[in-house]
Design a protein around this ligand. Structure first.
Ligand code: ZN
Ligand code: ZN
Length: 299
């Protein structure tokens, strides 16, 4: 959690999950980049479906980088089979162009580990949308993060969340972060709804990828964490105007604060000592932002 607020640099806004005409998206890669750049994003990662049907695309967006806008190279990886007999979905942000297609019999966890070993920031996409089992989620031990919000899944199925999956992994001792994404295909109601704010010295692919892998980011649908700090009395959240703020941990441990237009909230940490907590803020329109977990078990 704190990494995003202690490392040097500034926050860059990005969408880590979207699709183009190289797979099942409606816009050509160049237009996807233009769409996000013209809507104020600093970067995106185009993540077309890495499957035979589309020729295993790792869509090259380097030509669409320009002053003030950059791209990471990635894909959404698939192999059979989850516990429920469906294709795995594995988000890989920061893949080499020559990343090999899955080999026969390669499992989801093996594919995720191969992507991470190739340098990718690996995330578990839309766990609620396809009711990924806790065992399957736990088996992806290469994952750096999990989607706590996926805009197209929320819009089309009403199952765009992932916080309970995140908490199940944290309770099991897994250290991973929370991302919000669009997973945009249509670029209408499925876009501009969820993003990450990544803290990095510059808006360059290598710096962004290193920051993602280091956990220096938070996820949002709208609200902003301006600063998060620890002092002797607890955790201080400085935010854009929000009506609710929570600190949640394992089991029934939580703390909450309510008030119209709050911009500064302090939470005592005693009840989270020896374990983890994470902050969630909600604005007047019901939009959320999520920090990564703060681990207090080694302090
Ligand atoms: Zn997917
Ligand atoms: Zn997708």
């Amino acid at each position: 959690m704190i990494e995003a607020f202690t490392t040097p640099g500034r926050f860059w806004r990005g969408n880590l999950h979207c699709h183009s005409t190289r797979s099942d998206g409606d816009l050509a890669p160049e237009r996807v980049c233009h769409f996000y750049a013209s809507n104020g994003y600093d970067f995106i990662c185009l993540t077309d479906h890495f499957v035979e049907k589309y020729g295993y695309p790792i869509t090259d967006t380097t030509a669409y980088r320009h002053d003030g806008f950059t791209t990471l190279i990635g894909a959404e990886l698939h192999v059979p089979d989850t516990a429920l007999g469906e294709m795995w979905h594995i988000l890989a942000v920061g893949l080499p162009a020559g990343f090999a297609r899955p080999h026969a019999g390669e499992t989801g966890p093996e594919l995720a580990a191969r992507a991470a070993a190739a340098g990718a920031f690996v995330a578990i996409p839309h766990p609620e949308w396809y009711t990924l089992t806790a065992e399957d989620a736990l088996s992806l031990d290469a994952a750096h993060a999990i989607e706590v919000y996926n805009a197209i899944c929320a819009h089309e199925s009403g199952r765009g969340g992932g916080e309970s999956h995140l908490d199940a992994l944290l309770v099991a001792g897994r250290r991973l972060g929370a991302i919000a994404v669009d997973d945009s295909h249509r670029y209408r109601a499925d876009a501009l709804k969820g993003w990450v704010m990544v803290k990095a010295p510059e808006n360059e692919p290598d710096a962004l990828l290193a920051a993602l892998r280091a956990g220096a980011f938070y996820a949002s649908q709208g609200p902003a964490f301006e600063h998060v700090s620890l002092d002797e009395t607890g955790l201080v959240l400085e935010t854009s105007a929000v009506d609710k703020a929570y600190l949640v941990g394992p089991g029934s441990r939580y703390a909450g604060a309510h008030g119209a237009g709050m911009t500064r909230v302090r939470f005592a940490l005693e009840k989270f000592r020896g374990t983890w907590c994470r902050a969630v803020i909600i604005d007047a329109d019901g939009r959320k932002a999520w920090t990564n977990p703060l681990w207090l078990d080694r302090s």
